[in-house]
Design a protein around this ligand. Structure first.
Ligand code: FPP
Ligand code: MG
Length: 359
């Protein structure tokens, strides 16, 4: 049985497999649980792994193109994996309703394809050398290939949306992509005064990260036949979870290291990117050294290390962490109206994983 719909052009694509029945034929690209701080154990407990593997296989099937270079670069990107959190959110949200994998698999694949498109383009814009420990597309091939592969992923995502059972799913994802692009062009320029700096930071974080979490949850709930109230609640859960996720990402840039992150730590300070720990540190100490560092641009490695120490000593990390916890409480509260179930438990646990993850 084919658990997902094929595109007409795929019938003769070599290596095209049924993601549900043919797992053994292509190697899983999902990361090992130890590499992602236990989130896969959480998925295993929720008996989500088989379905996530099906999404993974679908992504690999879709990555195959008439163009050899597109196939290589898109397969390279898909195999770089990641936690597949957004796909998991779509699947878990659908499980709160009437769950049927063929109904939701396209929405789960679409969100990972949008994420892949945005990261390939983001690495191109930032000229980043590594992502998730692997060389980026523009660095391994060139800028033109990265631009085209991002567009290719985006087209693939559109086709997955079109295969989804509920047209509202297209609207949710289209809205998220629009917001991501607007957010990308809306930098945080203020480090103080604290109120407008926070306003800029929250707008940007909501746009670039939380909007897609929100859309994944709404799409999953719609695919599961949820009513409007349930879709709104799941969207709010996803948005708050995404805010916490990005705040933790910004904290990890201060507290982690390149081996754990799969990309250089301290990058935000190095690139003059203003994030929550820095805003809170300056609000608490009024430090002119931190302000000068951002204004001057191109800090030395010693200055980056000193700034990380200063932000930590000022309590910037702790304050940002408290804010992330507040978003997690907000997310969990949205689940209160749903009856207990393994999927409900997994969504609650996921909120805690987001806070305690190490990479
Ligand atoms: C990563 O954030 C960046 C994004 C999630 C969004 C990037 C969006 C675009 C380039 C616009 C194109 C969008 C689509 C949907 C095709 P980051 O730079 O803070 O994180 P990082 O440190 O992991 O790079
Ligand atoms: Mg980036």
């Amino acid at each position: 049985m084919v658990a997902y719909q094929t595109h007409p052009s795929e019938a003769n694509v070599p290596g095209a497999v049924d993601p549900l029945t043919n797992h053994a034929e292509s190697r899983s690209t999902l990361a090992h649980p130890r590499q992602v701080g236990g989130v896969l154990e959480l998925f295993e407990r929720a008996q989500l792994m088989t379905d996530l593997e099906a999404v993974e296989q679908l992504l690999l099937v879709r990555a195959t193109s008439q163009s050899e270079v597109i196939t290589s670069a898109s397969t390279h990107t898909i195999r770089s994996g990641g936690k597949r959190l957004r796909a998991a959110l779509a699947l878990l949200a659908a499980r709160l309703g009437q769950y049927d994998l063929p109904n939701v698999i396209h929405a789960a694949a679409a969100v990972e394809l949008i994420q892949a498109a945005s990261l390939v383009h983001d690495d191109l814009v930032d000229q980043a050398a590594r992502r998730r420990g692997r060389v980026t597309v523009h660095a391994r091939w060139d800028n033109d290939v990265a631009l085209m592969v991002g567009d290719f992923f985006f087209a693939l995502a559109s086709r997955e949306m079109a295969l989804s059972p509920d047209p509202r799913i297209i609207t949710y994802y289209a809205q998220a992509v629009q917001t991501i692009v607007e957010g990308e062009l809306s930098p945080v320029t203020l480090i103080e005064p604290v109120a407008p700096a926070l306003e800029q930071y929250y707008y940007k974080t909501g746009a670039k990260t939380a909007s897609l979490f929100e859309a994944a949850c709404k799409a999953g709930m719609a695919a599961g036949g949820g009513d409007e109230g349930q879709i709104v609640a799941l969207g709010r859960y996803g948005f708050a979870l995404g805010m916490a996720f990005q705040i933790i990402d910004d904290i990890l840039d201060f507290t982690s290291d390149e081996v754990t992150l799969g990309k250089p730590a301290g990058n935000d300070l190095r690139q003059g990117t203003i994030t929550l720990p820095l805003i809170y540190a300056v609000a608490r100490t009024g430090s002119s050294r931190l302000r000068a560092l951002i204004e001057q641009g191109l800090p030395t490695e010693a200055q980056v290390r000193a700034a990380i120490a200063e932000v930590t000593a000022a309590g910037g990390i702790d304050a940002a962490m408290a804010e992330a916890r507040r978003f997690i409480s907000e997310a969990s509260a949205q689940l209160a109206a749903f009856p207990a179930s393994p999927a409900h438990r997994a969504l609650v646990d996921l909120a805690h994983f987001v806070i305690y993850r190490e990479a």
